[in-house]
Write a protein that binds this ligand. Structure first.
Ligand code: PMP
Length: 408
């Protein structure tokens, strides 16, 4: 599909954005937590349940075959979107967390041993910390944490210095949900591969902001969820290089992931089904396919220019307010604006903004170790998507000034 849609026309495609909240038009700046869904996605899920609902893969009847084709078509759409070489390298999961757990679980069973190391960074979401802590606990391996500077950028030399013969995996976020930092993904892969170390990227926060090309990145694993990329919740994707997915053990046992079963021995199915035990989230997969159809109508260069414009404008405006400090000032940032105020609590700011129709997120953003690193308990975070507008930032800044007046 050709890229045709003007980015400034996209707002109207998302029905939730038309809502009034407390008598005010909604300004939705919580895209980092989840993105809104275009009508196309909502209609596709509705249509599936209305006209095609059936279990997939083993049915001989028409409904089952229709549902199977739609679900497998969605896999192919994802393959093209992220430029995966093979369709079977696209594994459907429940989401980012599920994808990371799948790999951590696989690594725990034969790929990590006492004395081995896994490297993450200081800016990880709990989803890319806890599964590795668990894997280390089971295996006796050690978790190493690459530091960041005060701007929220990975200290690359320090990261590189951690890589050694003991390192069995680097697992790092592509874009930080709290700081917006875009990590130097290709450089990370380059230095890790120079030592023969595989790399997993947590792509939860990148897929809504940029085109992802897993062949260009050359990473072994890339993990993301559907709901932050304008698709449904409960569905996500693990991309993995075939050679790795072939050698990792299955995550869960059950239907669909087997070739043959007897009480004595089970043989496992081929990729991608080896990692997809049980009835999957069929509607979610099909809905995610529709989200890809929508993304195929926009131009990622336009998304980039527009979101960078929003970020720059919001940053300039917010810095004019006394007492505000931005948390995360990396040179290379996605549209995420985390901030604290020296007198007002982020929770109070978020609550008053909600009364004024503005949805932002407050708290630790599932990055408690990062909060400790920054010596704060939480931030207020406005996170932008391509459907947001400069006018919405004006409304947000005016409301923030009003909230601070009420609080101070
Ligand atoms: N990693 C990052 C960077 C995230 O922002 C999130 C979601 N906030 C996750 C992982 C986890 O995603 P999910 O809860 O959708 O599995």
């Amino acid at each position: 599909m050709s890229a045709t849609k003007n980015i400034l026309d996209t707002h109207k495609d998302f029905p939730t954005l038309k809502r009034m909240i407390n008598g005010k038009p909604l300004v939705y700046f919580d895209n980092g937590a989840t993105a809104q869904k275009p009508q196309l996605v909502i209609d596709r899920i509705n249509d599936y349940y209305q006209n095609e609902n059936a279990n997939i893969h083993r049915g001989v009847h028409t409904l089952s075959q229709d549902a199977t084709s739609a679900y497998e078509e969605a896999r192919r759409k994802i393959q093209v979107l992220i430029n995966a070489p093979l369709e079977e390298e696209v594994i459907f999961t429940k989401g980012t967390t599920d994808g990371i757990n799948l790999i951590a679980n696989g690594f725990s069973r034969g790929f990590l041993n006492s004395g081995d190391e896994v490297i993450i960074s200081e800016m990880e979401h709990h989803s890319n910390i806890v599964p590795w802590q668990m894997a280390c606990e089971y295996t006796g391996a050690t978790l190493k944490v690459a530091p960041m500077n005060d701007e929220g950028e990975l200290i690359f030399e320090a990261f590189e210095a951690l890589l050694s013969a003991k390192t069995k995996l680097v697992a790092i976020t592509h874009v930080s949900n709290t700081l917006g930092t875009i990590n130097p993904a290709k450089d990370i892969v380059r230095v890790a591969h120079a030592k023969g170390i595989p790399v997993l990227f947590d792509g939860a926060q990148s897929v809504q902001h940029m085109a992802i090309d897993v062949q260009d990145l050359d990473c072994e694993f890339y993990v993301f969820g559907g709901h932050k990329m304008f698709g449904p919740t409960g569905i996500g994707v693990l991309y993995g290089k075939k050679e790795w997915l072939d050698k990792l053990p299955p995550y869960q046992g059950g239907g669909d992931m087997i070739k043959t079963v007897s009480f004595e021995k089970t043989t496992y199915n081929d990729l991608p089904y080896k990692f997809e035990a049980g009835t999957p989230n069929i509607a979610g997969g099909i809905g995610l396919g529709a989200a890809v159809d929508y993304l195929n109508t926009i131009d990622w260069n336009e998304v980039h220019t527009h979101e960078q414009g929003l970020l720059k404008y919001a940053t300039e405006q917010i810095l004019q307010i006394e007492g505000i400090k931005i948390i995360g000032t990396a040179k290379n940032k996605a549209g995420v604006l985390s901030f604290v105020h020296d007198k007002a609590h982020h929770y109070d700011i978020g609550t008053i903004l909600d009364q004024l129709g503005i949805a932002i997120r407050t708290g630790h953003h599932c990055t408690e170790p990062l909060m400790h690193r920054c010596k704060i308990t939480g931030t207020a975070r406005a996170s932008f998507a391509f459907y947001n507008t400069k006018e919405e930032i004006d409304v947000f800044i005016a409301a923030l000034k009003r909230a601070l007046k009420m609080l101070l």
